[in-house]
Design a protein around this ligand. Structure first.
Ligand code: ADP
Ligand code: 5GP
Length: 201
């Protein structure tokens, strides 16, 4: 069975940038593409960044229990495909889920051995700069995201790891180290050790 790595961060911290870089450096990782009712931003690609769907389709999928978890974030709905996660895990692949704090808590409840990583900006001023630089949100949107950020940061205590994204390459290196360490904990190695070594001694 594969492992689920959940990454959350206040909007604008750099989570998307980090996940894209992780995807390049760790091609064995599968990125779970969420479904959302949020309008597509300029550079985003449908079915790559998100599956962009309307409210009616989202509600239909919800009714048909197609989401492993879902949440309303910044006024839009987001959901993780249950089928996609199940197929990936059964084929032994590790999954990367870029989801919010509510979603991370739900995933932890369902998959107890999932690993939750919270990414922090170096400061709130830098978070404002990054949101402004991204230019994909209006000023009102940005203020809404900053208000939500303080609540999200309070929730970082529920995560297994906290990584500060001051420098993108360094943040990616830290997350790669977490992945390698988590794949070698006693819990995960026990059955391999017993099958491969102890039985043959
Ligand atoms: P999120 O997915 O968390 O909302 P993005 O990945 O879209 O954030 O990044 C927000 C903005 O911050 C983008 O313009 C991105 O290029 C920039 N950014 C990301 N990481 C860093 C960093 N370590 N230093 C400076 N700018 C960064
Ligand atoms: P954005 O609209 O900026 O891409 O994402 C807004 C927030 O929604 C981010 O915190 C992101 O992690 C979260 N998000 C994206 N997909 C999902 C999902 O499938 N489930 C949940 N719970 N949150 C998601």
């Amino acid at each position: 069975m594969g492992l689920i790595f959940v990454i959350s961060a206040p909007s604008g911290t750099g989570k998307t940038t980090i996940c894209k870089e992780l995807g390049k450096q760790m091609p064995e990782f599968i990125f779970s593409v969420s479904y959302t009712t949020r309008p597509k931003r300029n550079l985003e690609v449908d079915s790559v960044d998100y599956h962009f769907i309307n409210e009616k389709t989202f509600m239909k999928m919800l009714k048909e229990k197609e989401f492993l978890e879902w949440a309303e974030v910044h006024g839009n709905k987001y959901g993780t495909s249950a089928k996609f996660v199940e197929v990936a895990l059964k084929s032994g692949k590790d999954l990367l889920l870029d989801i919010d704090v509510q979603g991370a808590k739900k995933i932890k409840n369902i998959h107890k051995d999932s690993v939750a990583i919270f990414v922090l900006p170096p400061s709130i001023d830098e978070l404002k700069n990054r949101l402004l630089n991204r230019r994909s949100n209006s000023l009102a949107e940005m203020e809404k995201r900053l208000r939500v950020a303080s609540e999200e940061i309070r929730n970082s205590i529920f995560y297994d790891y906290v990584v500060i994204n001051d420098n993108i390459q360094k943040a990616v290196e830290k997350i790669k180290s977490i992945v390698v360490a988590e794949k070698h904990t006693q819990n995960r190695m026990r059955s391999i050790i017993s099958q491969k070594y102890i039985r043959k001694l």
